[in-house]
Every structure is written in structure tokens, then in C-alpha cells.
Design a protein around this ligand. Structure first.
Ligand SMILES: [Zn+2]
Length: 134
């Protein structure tokens, strides 16, 4: 592998930004500590993202459950969004006929561009979970 002087002069550590003064031309970090810290940061970022998504899913679930408890079968997506619902987050979504049937954990609903309707609880959730493990 070539050690192009031009590339080595421009190479900067992805973590601290210091110039990489030695090693292969495609080296990404100036030292092992920077490599480890960079990967730890990436892991933290990934975990934080998952926490945010799970938190929003839980919030969506709570809103859907409140609609179910109130006996609501159809609701405006715009109004739901104004209460903090995130329509593009769901635990599953599939096309059923002409409709998109989505679910947020054990609550399923049909979603159009403007409404959700046919909100109901999925029966035999434990059976569905067994199928997920396959
Ligand atoms: Zn560094």
C-alpha cells in the first residue's frame, strides 16, 4: 500500500481532528484512545436515538390507548399530530387491500394521509410475539 505524502499531510483524526503523522495512508485515528472514544460516542449516539424512538413509540401508544378508551374509531392525523403523535413511527405496517394497516405494539389501526381509523387491540398478542422470534 502506498504512503502518499500528500494524503498523509491532509489526513486528520476523525475524533480529535489532529493531523495523523504516521501509519497507513487510510488511517482514521491518531491513536487507540481516539479510536475507542470515537466508537463509544457512536454507540452512545445510537443508544440515545433508540431511547428517543422508543419514548415516542410509547407516547404514540398512550395516545392510541386513550382514543380506544374513549371509544374513538376515527381521528384526524393532523389533530393527533398536534397532541404529539408521530405518524411515521410504528412497530409494524402492511398493506391490506387498498389500506395501510399499522400497529403500535398491540394496538392496530388503518392510516390514510389524513386519518387513522379502525383502532383496535390485536388479539392473541403472545402468539404474535412467538412469530416474531422465528
Ligand atoms: Zn485523535
Amino acid at each position: 500500500m502506498g504512503y502518499s505524502k500528500e494524503i498523509r499531510q491532509r489526513a486528520r483524526c476523525l475524533h480529535c481532528g489532529d493531523e495523523i503523522k504516521y501509519g497507513r495512508a487510510d488511517k482514521k485515528f491518531c491513536c487507540d484512545d481516539c479510536r475507542a472514544l470515537h466508537h463509544n460516542d457512536a454507540l452512545k449516539e445510537s443508544r440515545a436515538f433508540r431511547r428517543r424512538v422508543l419514548s415516542r413509540l410509547a407516547y404514540n401508544h398512550d395516545l392510541l390507548e386513550r382514543l380506544l378508551d374513549a371509544g374513538t374509531e376515527s381521528f384526524s392525523l393532523l389533530e393527533l399530530a398536534s397532541h404529539g403523535f408521530t405518524p411515521d413511527l410504528m412497530t409494524s405496517c402492511r398493506k391490506v387491500g387498498k389500506h395501510m394497516e399499522c400497529s403500535c405494539f398491540e394496538i392496530k389501526y388503518i392510516m390514510t394521509a389524513s386519518r387513522i381509523y379502525s383502532i383496535s387491540k390485536i388479539q392473541n398478542v403472545s402468539l404474535n410475539l412467538q412469530n416474531c422470534n422465528k
